[in-house]
Design a protein around this ligand. Sequence first.
Ligand SMILES: Nc1ncnc2c1ncn2[C@@H]1O[C@H](COP(=O)(O)OP(=O)(O)OP(=O)(O)O)[C@@H](O)[C@H]1O
Ligand SMILES: [Mg+2]
Length: 234
Amino acid sequence: MKLSVQGLNSHYGPAHILFDVALEVGEGEVVALLGRNGAGKSTTFRSIVGLVAQRSGRIVFGGRDVSDRPTHEIVRSGLGYVPEERRIFTDLSVEENLEVGRQPQRPNAPYWTCEKLFTLFPNLGEMRHRAGGRMSGGEQQMLTIARTLMGNPSLVLLDEPSEGLSPKIVEQMVAAIQTMKREGVSMIVSEQNLHFARLISDRAYIIERGRICFGGTMAELDARPDIRDAHLSL
Ligand SMILES: Nc1ncnc2c1ncn2[C@@H]1O[C@H](COP(=O)(O)OP(=O)(O)OP(=O)(O)O)[C@@H](O)[C@H]1O
Ligand SMILES: [Mg+2]
């Protein structure tokens, strides 16, 4: 098992947000975390990487218990996190943004270079000297993912990668995620868009009001339109 989360409970101040969240990602697997606005997708990711102060539960990544480790240590152990907000450096060029994310090569994870990432995201290669602030939202989204890959993670948490993208850019994003998977990157991809999730993932979890209410293959989910209609807005 690449990542295992058990009994995750998270709070923001007095508000209890996540209730006994449990999920698993196998080696090389792509898993979708589906749920409506405010369901708890981002909080789940933030909790896994140690960005939620009040959390309890057990998080095992690559065979190591990281439940109480600080964020920088978790990320340096090969767990990449691409937040919902695109946090690129607007004054730095595409190449410079990528350099910021560079970490040493690590065993059991694919190794990325700028050139390899420009093959993964061809339009980033065409604008390698452009300032980050002069890129479209979709291009910035790709740059954020590419910068995370410069850290050579073995698993990546991708928070709503298709959000706000044009259909053409969505297509490129699907292709990039499929290539990342082929290269051996395990992923959890949070999504509201079931069609996008279906194109990239092996399995899916549905989260609603901080609770996991479904876990299964995409085929199992397709066989349960009742669950889909109750917990996802399509
Ligand atoms: N910093 C915060 N302080 C207090 N409550 C928060 C905070 N961040 C999120 N919440 C609440 O926690 C719940 C889960 O939010 P979260 O952002 O995890 O949902 P989400 O599934 O990522 O939604 P979206 O699809 O809109 O990104 C929501 O009720 C939200 O209002
Ligand atoms: Mg979110």
